[in-house]
Design a protein around this ligand. Structure first.
Ligand SMILES: *Cc1c(COP(=O)(O)O)cnc(C)c1O
Length: 654
């Protein structure tokens, strides 16, 4: 019966991407080697030509001092040991790896990073990175364009973005910026700044829209710039003294007893970095309210009900987070619905920022972006896939441009080395509030030049010293593969097609093993992550299903006690939690798997159901050269495992 169902095909081989990666077999080794040698020589040339009159400080003659030789041999030994130890690494490059959010690295980025390392630029400021700090600011604009944000630095309301160590810190930056913007109008009121049109009370000041908050900030900066110097110092100090960044949460809310500490709203599927973020900012975990989902996507009805409650109770909201590509199931929240809910909350006097956590799915936006920067209509995009994009998914990407800020990880779907995360906000003018030193935004009435401002990057970002090499890697990659559907977009498009093929195989697999197992894809994939739930027929206990899945996963992960080659395929696991799924979804999934909900929580760790999770981002899952499908191979492997056949037949090794 299963053989009759046609499976989706990946389409013809796209040779334009052949030079993108080192390749699973190291196919492009001579290309990378040539580049490395060329740029190492180039770097040495640069050193020698800095002041050619300076003679070599280290003797370059052949006869080496015994101390030199001893050092060299120690260094070699340790490096060889490192190199040997690293062979136990996770084989992210291999199409047999479908576990976590990592894959092969894009050659332009890898080469740019390696070639930049010996120059060691520090993007804390232009003093330490005259070249790469500009690249980082340009990366912010490249990403802004990908999301549909204004990206012309000559326009006053241009976006701004910067790199971080990862999505966790980018999310933290979103919290920090939203709080600064929300609390600033309250500080202006408290300082009693004359002549500005300020909101009537603290509640209204704390509930300005982000746009109105930015407009007020601009008015204040212009007003300040027009004052005589002594007056300017006076008023600046007075407002600074009232700011939340000066007073701290305790001092600020003590000074404004009618205001409560604001909430951060996020779906239950949100990444745990949000929990870290509210703790780090001092809001406290109790201020992070996790909203229910429908089918693992943020339930906008629940969001609206929460916002009505907040308005009624005069409970401020700092930020509402929508997830674009959830870490566990790859689901995409209805960002259009979140923006609509904010519109309605505005009518009730409640306002806040909308942030998109697109650490995982951000680069999927390239699939929707035309070369001219416009948004591609759904029909046009859908022509390249079987199911993707659902109308809801397309609407979410279309709504990106209306949000206030985004987190995206170049070190995930950007195929670049760790740690490269990024934070992008739609209107850069709010960022002045994060400056460590007095930030003179206006010079004689005109705003300071965009690039000049952000060359002091360390002023505005959570980190201090930061790798200029990472910025070079992201910048060069985005130049080689512009962030639109014809260039970079080919990569994520391929991952989505692979996910569709994987999904179809999963359904066929479920039929193939139906005599002994119940298997299903519990959450319909929105993009390129596909989960698989499996339960032995006849078992009704969650604890036993978990023990079974854990044993299966043991065959699908790195074990430092065993040679890597003993593993055939790699997957990861996640869990389905009833409180996340909601009652209806839990019942549907448990019934399909033959599980008894009453056994939830029977034993330790049985309050949730373990499932397999597959990240389908490897570019070589379908090998056209040799006509191999590693997806098919994976399901063959799973079938053999489940049927207790440990050895593959000689002709079915893959
Ligand atoms: C990975 C991820 C994060 C955290 O990013 P890091 O780069 O690991 O710090 C945050 N949110 C989502 C949705 C993620 O997938």
């Amino acid at each position: 019966m299963s053989a009759a169902q046609p499976l989706p095909q990946i389409g013809p081989h796209d040779h334009t991407l052949d030079a993108c990666f080192l390749g699973p077999y190291g196919e492009n080794d001579s290309l990378l080697e040539k580049l490395m040698v060329e740029f190492l020589r180039d770097h040495v040339y640069w050193r020698r030509n800095f002041h050619p009159e300076d003679p070599p400080a280290i003797a370059t003659s052949a006869a080496r001092d015994p101390g030199y030789l001893a050092f060299e041999s120690r260094m070699r030994r340790e490096l060889h040991q490192l190199s040997a130890a690293l062979k136990k690494s996770v084989p992210f490059h291999s199409p047999r790896y479908m576990g976590h959010m990592a894959s092969d690295l894009l050659l332009p980025g890898l080469a740019a990073q390696i070639l930049t390392l010996p120059y060691n630029p520090n993007n804390v400021s232009e003093d330490a990175a005259p070249v790469t700090v500009d690249m980082e600011v340009q990366v912010g604009l490249q990403l802004a364009r990908m999301f549909g944000y204004p990206h012309d630095p000559l326009q006053p309301a241009c976006a701004f973005g910067h790199l971080t160590s990862g999505g966790t810190l980018a999310n933290y930056q979103a919290l920090r910026l939203a709080l600064a913007l929300k609390a600033f109008p309250v500080a202006l009121r408290a300082a009693g700044v004359p002549e500005l049109a300020l909101p009537n009370d603290d509640w209204a000041a704390f509930n300005l829209s982000p746009a109105a908050g930015i407009a007020l900030l601009e008015t204040w900066q212009r007003w300040l710039a027009a004052l005589p110097a002594s007056q300017r110092t006076h008023w600046r100090a007075r407002v600074e003294a009232e700011r939340i960044e000066q007073l701290g949460l305790a001092g600020f809310f003590a000074a404004h007893p009618e205001l409560r500490v604001p909430l951060v709203l996020a779906p239950v599927t949100a990444h745990y970095s949000w929990s870290k973020g509210v703790k780090l900012l001092g809001l406290g975990r109790a201020q992070l309210e996790l909203l229910p989902t429908r089918g693992m996507r943020l339930d906008t009805d629940a969001l609206e009900a929460t916002l009505e409650r907040c308005a009624r109770e005069r409970q401020p909201v700092l930020l509402c987070v929508g997830v674009l590509g959830g870490t566990e199931y790859g689901t995409i929240d209805p960002l259009d619905g979140v923006l609509a809910a904010r519109e309605r909350a505005r009518a009730l006097g409640l306002d806040f920022s909308v942030h998109v956590d697109a650490a995982w799915g951000g680069y999927l936006a390239t699939i929707f972006r035309r070369e001219d920067g416009g948004l591609r209509p759904r029909d046009e995009v859908a022509g390249e896939f079987t199911q993707f994009p659902s109308p809801a998914v397309h609407a979410a990407f279309a709504a990106l441009s209306g949000t206030d800020s985004v987190t995206v990880d170049p070190h995930k779907l950007g195929y670049l080395p760790y740690g490269a995360g990024a934070f992008v906000c739609r209107d850069h003018r709010a960022v002045a509030l994060l400056a460590e030193r007095a930030d003179y935004v206006f010079h004689g009435g005109t705003p300071q030049d965009y690039l000049t401002r952000y060359r002091s990057l360390g002023q505005f970002v959570p980190e201090g010293s930061k790798a200029g090499a990472a910025a070079a890697a992201v910048y060069v990659t985005h130049k080689v593969l512009p962030l639109d559907h014809r260039h970079f977009g080919r990569l994520p498009a391929q991952t989505v097609r692979c996910a569709e093929i994987f999904h179809a195989h999963a359904k066929r697999f479920a039929l193939d093993i139906a005599d002994r197992f119940l298997a299903m894809v519990p959450v319909t994939p929105d993009s390129n992550l596909v989960c698989l739930a499996i339960n032995p027929r006849g078992n009704t206990s969650v604890a036993k299903a978990n023990a079974f899945l854990r044993a299966l996963h043991d065959t699908l992960r790195c074990d430092p006690r065993q040679p890597l080659q003993t593993k055939e395929y790699f997957g990861s696991v996640t869990t389905l939690r009833p409180e996340m799924l909601g009652a209806a979804e839990t019942s549907r999934i448990f019934a399909a798997l033959g599980l008894d909900e009453a056994t939830l929580g029977d034993e330790e760790d049985s309050d949730r159901l373990m499932i397999l999770r597959h990240t389908l981002m490897n570019p070589y899952l379908i090998d056209h050269e040799n006509d191999i499908s590693y997806i098919e191979g994976y399901f063959d492997f799973l079938t053999r495992r489940l049927r207790g056949l440990s050895e593959p037949a000689a002709d079915a090794r893959r």
